[in-house]
Design a protein around this ligand. Sequence first.
Ligand SMILES: Nc1ncnc2c1ncn2[C@@H]1O[C@H](COP(=O)(O)OP(=O)(O)OP(=O)(O)O)[C@@H](O)[C@H]1O
Ligand SMILES: [Mg+2]
Length: 247
Amino acid sequence: MNGPDASASEPDLEVAGLHVLYGGIAAVKGVSFSVARGEIVALIGANGAGKTSVLKALVGLVPAARGSVRLFGRDATGIPTHRRTALGATLVPEGRAIFAGMTVRENLELGAFLKRDPVTLGQRLERVLALVPRLGERLAQAGGTLSGGEQQMLAIGRALMGEPRLLLLDEPSLGLAPKLVAQIFGSIVEIAKTGLTILLVEQNTRLALETAHRAHVLVTGEIVLSGRCSELRDDPRIKAAYLGEAL
Ligand SMILES: Nc1ncnc2c1ncn2[C@@H]1O[C@H](COP(=O)(O)OP(=O)(O)OP(=O)(O)O)[C@@H](O)[C@H]1O
Ligand SMILES: [Mg+2]
């Protein structure tokens, strides 16, 4: 699996000097950070700060105008999205993008399409359903008839079916009631315990700082503050700017 240049001591994700431009306007301006194997790192910030743009650039859905992206010890800066997925980096996008007319089972199976091994499809499904049990009760139901929270769980479950090593989650709590948010974040913590590396984008700062190990604060395309979540939770700048308005 690992190429000769890959090293276990390198972080699963390493971003250096990343810039993203839209028609000449910079949405991401020189962002650098890394995520070690098995770590949960959160990227927090207000609407329009550039969080989604960073995630998209990491999987190649928008180009990096400058800077580099290393995945699992390899330079992945210019390679197409499907090759980054094959390396093990999977994005669960904002807005979920599940297939409404397909059943939950079909949606999940689609997530495994890059892994053409029918022998293990059932085993993989079993593993994913153990992590996101709510889906197991609804395998035959059309994706479009799931509740918002269940659709979010399905999007995460579908990503897990591809057996990623690095999961990029864009606002998993968006638009969900507190009870469902708690369930989804419970699943995220369980998933992380299986050794998966997670980059979590969240506008809900409190939730992100409770879930992740480390966090970076993004303001208009730049990281202005970084640290361990246990310390950031007590940081007066975070309290004033984010925790007061986040809930
Ligand atoms: N395709 C695009 N074309 C032009 N501008 C864009 C495009 N996508 C994003 N932007 C702009 O780039 C900036 C960063 O957007 P981005 O979606 O990365 O922010 P975000 O931090 O994810 O915000 P939110 O919390 O609202 O999801 C915003 O000003 C946005 O309007
Ligand atoms: Mg976004």
